[in-house]
Design a protein around this ligand. Sequence first.
Ligand SMILES: Nc1ncnc2c1ncn2[C@@H]1O[C@H](COP(=O)(O)OP(=O)(O)OP(=O)(O)O)[C@@H](O)[C@H]1O
Ligand SMILES: [Mg+2]
Length: 161
Amino acid sequence: MAVIHLTLADEAATLSFAGVLAACAQPGMLVLLEGPLAAGKTTFARGFLRALGHVGHVKSPTFTVVESYDLPRLSVHHFDLYRINDPDELHYLGFDDFLAGDALCLIEWPSRAAHALPLATWAIHWQIGAGETRKISLECPDENLHKTLYVALKKFFISAW
Ligand SMILES: Nc1ncnc2c1ncn2[C@@H]1O[C@H](COP(=O)(O)OP(=O)(O)OP(=O)(O)O)[C@@H](O)[C@H]1O
Ligand SMILES: [Mg+2]
C-alpha cells in the first residue's frame, strides 16, 4: 500500500494539508482520521470543509456524532465516533446508509467502527510531535490518486519532505 509520510509544523500547515486533499475530493470518498485526543483531526476537518466552500464555524461532532454539510461541489458528513461503545449505536444512527450515500465521509475515531467500514480512500494516522508538530502517515490504496497527491503535497510541503 502506498503511504505518504509528512510532518505538519503547526496548525496552519494542517489546514493547508487539508486544502490539498480537499482539491482531490470526490463524492462517496471515505476519509479516516486516526490519532489521539488533540492530534488535529477536527482541525483537519475544518481546513477540508473550508477548502470545499464552507463558511463559518466547524463544530466538533463529539456530542452529536455527525455534522453534515451541503457544499457547492459535494456533501460531507463529518463523524466523531469517540463516544460509540456498541455497534447497535451505529445501527440506530443509520451509519451504513451514510456510508452508502453520495456524500464524502470524514471519520474521527474510526477504530470505534472498524468492523463496519469499507476500504478507505485515505486513512490518515496522526502522531503528536514536539511543540506544534504533528507527524502523519497517509495511506492511499488507489495508485493514481496516490501519485496525484504525492505531486501536490510535495509542492506544498517541499521543505518538510
Ligand atoms: N500542527 C497542528 N495541527 C493541528 N492542530 C494543532 C497543531 N498544533 C497545535 N494544534 C492544536 O491542537 C489542537 C487540536 O485539536 P483538534 O480538536 O483538532 O484535535 P482532535 O484530534 O480532533 O481531538 P479529539 O480526538 O478530541 O476530537 C488544537 O487546539 C490546535 O490548535
Ligand atoms: Mg476532534
